[in-house]
Design a protein around this ligand. Structure first.
Ligand code: SF4
Ligand code: SF4
Length: 384
């Protein structure tokens, strides 16, 4: 469906976002359209959120569909649920747009299976930095509640990557909750989404022009923020000396990779015994350069990670949230990802139909290399 003919369905009680979305899922579970819904819920200590698979419609009232922080990317939670392939239950999962993009990337890597999952997303005001929220959960709840009430997509209180996120709205989900003035509109975005609206006997007759115009305006502001930020980040991320300076206080804890939804390998080379040098290797390096900083190979870890996953980085910011020494890891990786994805004309998680460049080689990509392959093939043919 093209954007200019796409219509939305007006949700009841549209002025309270959290309540309206919860009501929608409660109704859908009661009507047996889903066996369970995966939503965030506050943990008993009150200072974080966890992903909960909720079967009982009565328990849904305790969930907080739009959580102020993102301790775990929903794609990671869904990966754990669908790890063994298609299940026998119909699941709904509501996620931020960057989490949807991570999910789409993981489906291409056979880490998430969406056969029995319907993906929902929403216009995202951003997430608060984790450390700020943990320091003052009540203040964080108040701040985030106001962002939702004001439908403020330009807050300075959200994570640095959220301030420059220009993909904060409609994404590759099946259905999308759009926040327009006082209304909440549900937009179907796939055959699965259309079917759900048909099963609910809901008509999509609400005009989306006003909402789309507003989203386009915010997107322009975010694109400008991103361009300005990346001009600064470029000097932190490009070149060996800059990388050494940027990661000079890295303690090698690898929290950034273990929190990243895209770093899915069960055994990371950098955590393996092969990558842990013995005293001979340390001394050899110290001898070569006069001294060796410990732990060894910090830059190799970061550049190795960039090489492995920057095509699929979705700028969710979890790596920065997880860094104990406040390195702006997410900004660095987002910048590198923007360059890698541009080179391959790829946008991580934008569409399930776009092949992952690492999995599908095109002869004409990276021109020079393509030419080399062609001439080698021609040579081979002439030798036959
Ligand atoms: S590198 Fe950081 S910003 Fe990119 S997907 Fe991983 S955790 Fe998210
Ligand atoms: S989380 Fe921070 S300190 Fe830990 S390895 Fe990553 S960049 Fe280094």
């Amino acid at each position: 469906m093209t954007d200019n003919i796409r219509k939305g369905t007006l949700l009841k009680n549209g002025d309270d976002i959290q309540a309206s979305i919860l009501q929608f899922f409660q109704d859908a579970v009661e009507k047996k359209l889903f066996d369970a819904v995966m939503l965030p819920m506050k943990v008993p200590s009150g200072d974080s959120f966890a992903w909960i698979m909720i079967k009982d419609a009565a328990v849904l009232k305790d969930a907080q569909p739009l959580a102020p922080i993102m301790p775990v990317n929903a794609a990671t939670a869904l990966k754990r649920y669908t790890r063994k392939g298609k299940g026998k239950f119909k699941i709904a999962a509501l996620m931020k747009p960057c989490e949807i993009r991570a999910t789409i990337e993981l489906t291409k890597l056979n880490q998430v299976h969406l056969d029995d999952v319907t993906l929902f997303t929403y216009d995202c005001v951003g997430a608060l930095p984790m450390q700020d929220y943990i320091a003052d959960p009540e203040g964080g709840d108040e701040k985030f509640g106001k962002l939702l009430t004001d439908k403020n997509f330009k807050s300075k209180d959200v994570k640095p990557v959220c301030k420059i996120c220009d993909k904060f709205s409609l994404s590759a989900s099946d259905l999308h909750f759009a926040f327009s003035d006082k209304d909440i509109l549900l937009i179907s975005n796939s055959e699965k989404g259309e079917k759900l609206l048909t099963d609910l006997d809901w008509k999509a007759d609400a005009d989306l022009k006003k909402w789309q115009k507003h989203i386009d305006e915010i997107t322009k502001i975010k694109v400008k923020n991103k361009t300005d930020t990346f001009k600064i980040v470029k000097d932190m991320a490009e070149g060996y000396d800059n990388l050494v300076e940027t990661f000079s206080n890295c303690i090698g804890c690898h929290n950034c990779s273990s929190s990243c939804p895209i770093c899915y390998c069960r055994q990371c080379y950098f955590d393996s015994s092969v990558a842990k040098p013995n005293s001979d290797v340390v001394m050899m390096r110290a001898e070569e350069r006069g001294a060796a900083s410990l732990p060894l190979d910090r830059i190799m870890f970061h550049t190795g990670r960039m090489a492995h996953m920057s095509l699929s980085c979705v700028s969710c910011g979890l790596c920065s949230d997880a860094c104990p020494v406040n390195i702006p890891v997410a900004k660095i990786f987002s910048y590198v990802a923007s360059q890698t994805q541009k080179a391959f004309e790829y946008s991580a998680g934008a569409s399930a139909g776009d092949a992952l460049p690492m999995k599908e080689y095109k002869l004409n990509e990276l021109g020079e290399l393509g030419e080399l392959v062609k001439s080698a093939e021609a040579q081979e043919e002439s030798n036959e």
